[in-house]
Design a protein around this ligand. Structure first.
Ligand SMILES: NC(=O)c1ccc[n+]([C@@H]2O[C@H](COP(=O)([O-])OP(=O)(O)OC[C@H]3O[C@@H](n4cnc5c(N)ncnc54)[C@H](OP(=O)(O)O)[C@@H]3O)[C@@H](O)[C@H]2O)c1
Length: 308
């Protein structure tokens, strides 16, 4: 059984990973800047500390075989003011660079480091059907630059003997948190609709497949460098809305012009009006078996307890 250390482990993805690995019998240590809400995670294994600042927690991290770094200021919760954009970038780059420095300069038990990144790496487009795979270059724009700096901060060339994987995570679909509850709310109230032309791509993944794919990477020595964490069948925003409406037995009647979304959300609106089509080539090549490869299967599972 492995000792696993997770920064940002109190978040949506970290909690799912912790639950999965603890159930398998692994020991999971979680770093948090604050005391998480009661009942969200068991106290056991929780360490207090800031992932951007040196602290005693780095001693524990060095004693683990597996490190997963997920810490980062939310890109969704607040408006993208210049200060907030810097916070989004800095929280990821600084916390990642600190782990890289520690592992490069001090001996450790660490065998594999899964460092989060995002599919924003490839750029964000209004309508572009190009299929992006791991070998493709970074795109342009704020999110692409953040992802590029974030990945560069892992400095794998300094970490001999440690397998470093940059997990380029797509839009994670979870029953109660993140993207899905937000987009399904208007549909439930018969106010669902498509934003813009609907040709922007949504490269999604079911949270269960994300967790299984992280575990697959942990165990598979053939995987290193960037790995796309997305389902094999991305959809357009239009396709997503149609599938969601059908699943919820609601109409998809409206069309929201992008300028309206921008008026409400500001620059952050690009999260809704733009997207990217990403294919999980490395997962395919290594034989990973997706439990939810298509959106209808994923939504049928995630919305299964919904009332009509
Ligand atoms: N969810 C998605 O669809 C998705 C898609 C692509 C990429 N990702 C990336 O995957 C990672 C995990 O995603 P998630 O959805 O689990 O995120 P999340 O729920 O927002 O959790 C992120 C964690 O990072 C820590 N954090 C927040 N602000 C921070 C700051 N300013 N400095 C240092 N730590 C901070 C928090 O832990 P404490 O408050 O306990 O310290 C928080 O629990 C993120 O980096 C995210 O960008 C997620």
């Amino acid at each position: 059984m492995a000792q696993i250390f997770i920064t940002g482990g109190t978040g949506m993805i970290g909690r799912a990973l912790t639950h999965f690995w603890r159930k398998q019998g692994h020991t999971v240590w979680i770093l948090s800047r604050s005391q998480p809400k009661q009942g969200v995670l068991p106290e056991e294994g929780l360490l207090r500390g800031d992932p951007c600042q040196e602290g005693d927690w780095l001693t524990r991290l060095r004693e683990c075989e597996v490190v997963v770094s997920l810490a980062g200021e939310s890109i969704v919760k607040k408006s993208w003011t210049p200060k907030q954009k810097e916070q989004i970038r800095q929280s990821r780059v600084q916390s990642t660079a600190l782990i890289a420095k520690t592992l490069a300069e001090t001996p450790s038990q660490v065998k594999v480091w899964l460092s989060a990144s995002g599919i924003g790496y490839y750029g964000n487009y209004e309508a572009n059907s190009t299929e992006f795979i791991e070998g493709d270059k970074a795109g342009s724009g704020f999110l692409a630059q953040v992802a590029l700096d974030w990945e560069n901060a892992t400095q794998p060339e300094r970490l001999s003997g440690i397998r470093v994987v940059q997990t380029r995570i797509g839009i994670v679909l979870d029953r109660s948190e993140g993207f899905l509850p937000i987009v399904s709310r208007p549909f439930r109230y018969y106010l669902g609709g498509v934003i813009g032309t609907g040709q922007q791509w949504i490269s999604w993944i079911h949270i269960q497949d994300l967790v299984r794919l992280f575990d697959w990477i942990r165990e598979n020595p053939a995987l290193s460098g960037p790995v796309n964490i997305t389902a094999p069948h991305p959809v357009t925003h239009w396709g997503f809305c149609q599938t969601l409406a059908k699943q919820l037995h609601r109409p998809c009647s409206f069309r929201f012009p992008p300028f309206l979304v921008k008026c409400v959300m500001g620059e952050k609106a690009e999260l809704a009006t733009h997207g990217v089509r990403v294919i999980p080539q490395k997962a395919h090549e290594t034989g990973f078996d997706f439990r939810f490869p298509t959106l209808p299967e994923a939504l049928a599972d995630l919305l299964s307890s919904e009332t009509r």
